[in-house]
Design a protein. Structure first.
Length: 385
């Protein structure tokens, strides 16, 4: 009997995506502690993603099966047949769905990881919220999930408040941060970019144009801050949830505010460079209005970054007292908080010291162990019933 982990709707992403990184951490951790338990990983590619490929081979407790999700009318029917074939041939005893789709044909216990409920909260997701696939997902989670892993207490609270799923079926298991983020990062990679070679004051933030990420408010705050801090630069890393319309609007905002020389977009960076950015930035600003967890905050804390985030949702839950928190929905308040922190070097130093201590409370090993314990608990309950 095998425990199956369905990675097939997420494995097109990369390590820069929090959902993807979570699954990589989980699978590698389970391979280390799972003993003789047999596992099945479902993916959309012909072979496992590179970060996991070494786990599969002769004598391994892990096998891999490809599951392609077709994009046409009748997708649910085709997907169900694919899942049914795998469940019958591989004798799956437990299914862990790490993102969304719960197959109706599953006759084993089902565990679902719920990352957030953004579709229920923000108006730009109205079309998604009304779609058939989303409504099926919501109903099947309510009807079929034996246990729901919430990545934060924020998500668990939202699950109960918005979907009426109580604490008897959910368990909070926070994401974790890898040990490498605590190591001294150096600064050699930063020397390749002029902005880091100057005497500029650096604000760093993810380049994500999803409206809830609230990057517009940060740019507007930057415009006001330039009067008192002319050397201030905003360094954006990554490329998440972009589209031509969003990028055009963002470029227009930069032009209208006259910030062409003050906003630097680095694109996707390596983990090594990301750690150096967290450490080099005078402030890592994470203005998001809603997060299911907020992994960049945890990473920046581990690196000894000076973190400023929003009081809303899981950002405050993750950072605790190790970050400066502000009502980020208001650009003026956000700017005032940044200015106050830039002027207070002692507060910056205190936050840099507090960050790694706080981040130590979220080791990857704990996430893996508690997930494994959840598997065993659900399997035991299913046998008793």
């Amino acid at each position: 009997m095998r425990i199956a982990i369905d990675f097939s709707t997420l494995d097109h992403l990369k390590m820069t995506a929090g959902h993807y990184r979570y699954v990589i951490q989980l699978v590698r951790g389970l391979a280390a502690i799972g003993g003789s338990q047999q596992f099945l990983l479902l993916g959309s590619h012909k072979e496992p993603v590179p970060e996991l490929r070494d786990l599969f081979g002769p004598g391994s407790n892990w096998i891999y099966r490809r599951l392609v999700h077709w994009r046409h009318r009748g997708i649910q029917f085709v997907d169900e047949l694919s899942y049914l074939r795998i469940f019958l041939t591989e004798r799956v005893s437990l299914l862990h769905v790490v993102h969304d789709f719960i197959p109706r044909c599953a006759r084993c216990p089902v565990i679902v990881t719920k990352h957030d409920l953004i579709e229920e909260i923000f108006p730009e997701y109205e079309e998604t919220r009304q779609s058939l696939l989303y409504r099926l997902h919501r109903q099947r989670l309510k009807d079929r999930a034996d246990r729901i892993i919430c990545i934060s207490q924020t998500t668990a609270n939202d699950l109960e408040r918005l979907w009426g799923i109580g604490r008897e079926r959910s368990v909070v298991i926070h994401h974790g941060v890898e040990e490498e983020f605590f190591a001294e990062p150096g600064d050699d990679l930063l020397q390749e970019h002029p902005v880091f070679q100057s005497d500029a004051l650096i604000l760093a933030s993810p380049y994500n144009l999803e409206p809830r990420k609230n990057l517009r408010a940060l740019v507007e705050a930057l415009s006001a801050l330039k009067r008192d801090f002319p050397r201030l630069k905003l360094v954006l890393f990554g490329r998440a949830l972009l589209n031509p319309d969003r990028e055009k609007e963002f470029a227009g905002l930069i032009d209208d505010l006259g910030l062409q020389d003050s906003v630097v977009r680095l694109g996707i960076v390596s983990d090594a460079m990301l750690k150096q950015i967290y450490r080099r930035a005078n402030i890592f600003v994470f203005p998001s209005l809603y997060e299911g967890f907020g992994l960049p905050v945890l990473e920046a804390l581990a690196c000894g970054g000076c973190v400023l985030g929003a009081t809303a949702s899981a950002t405050a839950e993750v950072s605790g007292d190790a970050a400066e928190l502000v009502d980020a929905s208001n650009a003026a308040k956000l700017g005032a908080a940044i200015a106050a922190l830039l002027r207070n070097s002692q507060r910056q130093s205190d936050l840099r010291r507090a960050g790694p201590t706080r981040a130590r409370e979220f080791p990857v090993e704990t996430m893996v162990r508690r997930t494994w314990e959840t598997y065993l608990d659900v399997l035991k309950s299913s046998r008793l019933s």
